[in-house]
Design a protein. Structure first.
Length: 113
C-alpha cells in the first residue's frame, strides 16, 4: 500500500487549499479513507472521513469549511479546505485503516494570521 499526499503550503487566514492523496496497491474504491492532521505539540487527530459509498464525517472544528471527496477511477482522495484559520496549521496525512494503519508521508499546511 502506498499513499502520497500533496498540496500543502502557506495560506492566509480565510484562504483555501486543496490537498490530494494518491493511493496505490489497494482496491481503493471499497475502502474508507481518512484525513488526519497533527499540529506541533499535539496528538494526531481525525479531520475527515469518506466511506466507499461516499458517506462523510468531519471533526467539529472543520465542519462547514472542509470537504472530503474521492475519485475512485483515479484512486485519489481530496480535502478541500476553505475559510482557513491559524489553528488549521498542521501536517496533514491521508490514512487507510485495514489490519493496520497505512499513512502517507504528510503535507504541511501553514495558515498565517
Amino acid at each position: 500500500v502506498q499513499l502520497q499526499a500533496c498540496g500543502g503550503g502557506l495560506v492566509q487566514t480565510g484562504g483555501s487549499l486543496r490537498l490530494s492523496c494518491a493511493a496505490a496497491g489497494i482496491n481503493f474504491g471499497i475502502n474508507t479513507m481518512n484525513w488526519y492532521r497533527q499540529a506541533p505539540g499535539k496528538q494526531r487527530e481525525l479531520v475527515a472521513q469518506i466511506t466507499s459509498n461516499r458517506t462523510t464525517n468531519y471533526a467539529d472544528s472543520v465542519k462547514g469549511r472542509f470537504t472530503v471527496s474521492r475519485d475512485n477511477v483515479r484512486r485519489r482522495l481530496y480535502l478541500q479546505m476553505s475559510d482557513m484559520k491559524p489553528e488549521d496549521t498542521a501536517v496533514y496525512y491521508c490514512n487507510l485503516r485495514l489490519n493496520r494503519d497505512f499513512w502517507g508521508q504528510g503535507t504541511l499546511v501553514t495558515v498565517s494570521s
